[in-house]
Design a protein around this ligand. Structure first.
Ligand code: T5A
Length: 213
């Protein structure tokens, strides 16, 4: 059996992750691959219930630490119930956001301690990390304009522009630190152009890794 793979999509609000991850799933399935498409926070019934709390604008009293713990709890269940079993079974797991989002939003955006975030990441992921991450990079104002044009904002989308600029800077810092894992893509390009860049790169990655296995 071919070893499974774990690929994550990251970026600021409205950068086009959900659009592109769906197109990549279609592309890989058309090539006969077993793909599991999932998201964070969420991906299991318990983690989706946590997601509802985290994104609810009425939960405006949540402290940054409570927020961090809820994202970590959702991730622990998701890794345990979905991600690890699927990778073990040989699937390509495509996940819309993962631990880099915590570093960017709770670390960059909320300015929580990187030490605390690292400890919780280790607990929540139990050593599970992505083989490859696609970072869709876009100026924060552009991403927010896309999100706002869709209507009502969730609890995190409603944060001010400066928050989202810190989030973007934190994502770019992760990419600069781990260039072997993180591929930065210009998310200001058209949907078709971005998909046309991601598909062949993922084909090459999956073929190269299959040959190594
Ligand atoms: N969060 C998450 C944390 O704070 N910490 C964590 O640890 C984790 C895991 C999740 C929220 O939780 C936060 C981050 C988030 O705030 P969510 O609803 O999943 O909430 O939010 P997003 O992941 O940001 O999802 P969105 O749907 O808002 O944005 P996407 O997925 O980046 O963008 P997408 O594909 O839905 O597209 C947005 C709009 O832009 C258009 C689309 O048609 C759509 O209208 N679009 C484009 N327009 C022009 N050109 C392109 N290339 C386009 N691509 C898409």
């Amino acid at each position: 059996m071919t070893r499974g793979r774990f690929i994550t999509f990251e970026g600021i609000e409205g950068c086009g992750k959900s659009t592109q991850i769906g197109l990549l799933a279609d592309h890989l399935r058309a090539a006969g691959r077993n793909v599991v498409l999932t998201r964070e926070p969420g991906g299991t019934p318990a983690a989706e219930a946590i997601r509802a709390i985290l994104l609810d604008p009425a939960q405006d009293a949540l402290s940054p630490t409570t927020e961090l713990l809820l994202y970590a709890a959702a991730r622990a269940q998701h890794v345990h119930q979905v991600i690890r079993p699927a990778v073990k079974a040989g699937a390509v797991v495509l996940c819309d956001r993962f631990a880099d989002s915590t570093e960017a939003y709770q670390g960059g955006g909320r300015a929580l301690s990187h030490e605390t975030i690292d400890i919780l990441r280790n607990i929540a992921t139990d050593g599970m990390g992505p083989d490859c991450t696609i970072l869709l990079d876009l100026p924060a104002a552009e991403g927010l304009a896309r999100t706002r044009s869709r209507g009502e904002l969730d609890r995190i989308e409603g944060e001010p522009l400066a928050f989202h600029e810190r989030v973007r800077a934190a994502f770019l810092a992760i990419a600069a630190r781990e260039p072997e894992r993180v591929i930065v893509i210009n998310a200001a390009a058209s949907v078709e152009a971005i998909a046309g860049e991601i598909g062949p790169r993922m084909d090459a990655l999956l073929c190269a890794e299959a040959q190594e296995a």
